[in-house]
Design a protein around this ligand. Structure first.
Ligand code: UDP
Length: 373
């Protein structure tokens, strides 16, 4: 539906892969709303075609109105450059609200630029906490929550964190998880035939239901040689029991290439490029086991009812630990990681549904339309 001329303007600031996926659900709803219109700003944090463009095309999003092409550098440098670029755009666009997602530098820069111009900020995926103050993501998300006007939470625990920190209750709305919206919509479109799974079946003998899907990209693992070595050792040993498919994040690839670990890994595991969303959904849905340090992939494993091992010391998504779908395997030694992979394989969890009904995006758009009327 075309927006009414008096429609309120929302500037969405995104820049990293999981944000394109989350925003696709909300953008579709914004496009359908006559009362709101959206201007998308891409900061450029993720810029490779297979980390960015492919998601816009596949998930039906219009190309961003602005692309700031800001990536690389240290955190302060990157966030500072984003802040300046977004401020200039906001001064030009004069939106009624700014929408940010998750916990990246793009999230914090978008929120900070807006709040300084007295533009209200909506934070999607508010209230998540790892309680690990060293994580850049934890810093970004807590600061964003502190300055956001709307705190859209994915689950009950997130709201409880915010209340404990003194957030005004009227700002918090538990809408559910937008990633669940996307997974429901696209998961139903994917079966085991064709696609990346078909290709790996032909070329590497991979069969649906008989492999482990792994991802490693979080700085605490990639930038710590000891932790990275533990994970590679455990995965290489596990691959003699179950094939391991590893879509390699560009940062992880760069570090492994620098450490001359790629060749050995290539021989033991099934290394593939970062996948587009539907290919990733196919790999998740038909895995026997998911092993990851990704926030999103932990949940998607659960959405497809696949057991998961998380290569971290803690997780924001504790309800999946409680329900038995996920278990933590801090990369302190290959043996305990291997034991966690073996224990998780073939396990299931309780029937829970902590992330709403798949209508999180709709609820976000309704609330924004109401409050901005
Ligand atoms: N993802 C993808 N292709 C890949 C790896 C991940 O489409 O090769 C998707 C995944 O399905 C999930 C999101 O990217 O929806 C998770 O992003 P990432 O792991 O980069 O970040 P995090 O969730 O940890 O913030």
């Amino acid at each position: 539906m075309p927006a009414h001329p008096s429609a309120r303007k929302i500037v969405t600031v995104i820049g990293a892969r999981p944000q394109f996926i989350k925003a696709s659900a909300v953008s579709a709803r914004l496009r359908a709303s006559p009362r709101l219109r959206e201007v998308v700003v891409h900061t450029g944090q993720h810029f490779d075609s297979n980390m960015s463009d492919v998601f816009f095309a596949e998930l039906g999003m219009d190309p961003p109105a602005y692309h700031c092409a800001i990536h690389g550098g240290r955190h302060g440098d990157m966030t500072g450059r984003m802040l300046a670029a977004i401020e200039a755009l906001l001064l030009e666009e004069r939106p009624d609200a700014v929408l940010v997602y998750g916990d990246t530098n793009s999230t914090l820069a978008g929120a900070l630029a807006a709040v300084k111009l007295h533009i209200p900020v909506a934070h999607v995926e508010a209230g998540l906490r790892s309680f690990n103050p060293r994580m850049p993501e934890e810093i970004n998300r807590t600061l964003t929550d502190r300055i956001a006007h709307w705190l859209f939470t994915p689950n009950a625990g997130a709201g409880a964190h915010l209340l404990r920190e003194g957030a005004p209750p009227g700002r918090i709305e538990q809408v559910g998880d937008v990633m669940y919206d996307v997974a429901l919509h696209h998961g139903a479109r994917v079966d085991a035939r064709g696609g990346i799974l078909g290709e790996l079946g032909r070329t590497r003998g991979i069969r649906a239901g008989a492999y482990c899907l792994a991802t490693i990209h979080r700085a605490e693992n990639t930038d710590d040689p000891a932790r990275l070595a533990v994970l590679l050792d455990a995965l290489m040993r596990f691959s003699s029991e179950l094939p391991v498919i590893l879509p390699l994040h560009p940062r992880t690839r760069q570090i492994l290439a620098g450490a001359r670990r790629l060749d050995a890994l290539e021989r033991a595991l099934v290394l593939v490029e970062p996948q587009a969303y539907l290919a990733m959904v196919q790999l998740e849905k038909y895995a026997a086991l998911v092993a990851t340090d990704s926030g999103g992939v932990q949940k998607e494993a659960f959405f497809h009812r696949v057991p998961c091992v998380t290569f971290r010391d803690e997780t924001e998504w504790v309800e999946l630990l409680d329900a038995g779908w996920n278990r933590l395997a801090p990369p302190t030694g290959a043996e305990p990681v291997l034991a966690a992979l073996r224990a998780a394989l073939g396990s299931t969890g309780q029937a829970v549904s902590p992330y709403g009904d798949g209508d999180a995006a709709e609820r976000i758009v309704q609330r924004l339309a109401l409050d901005l009327a």
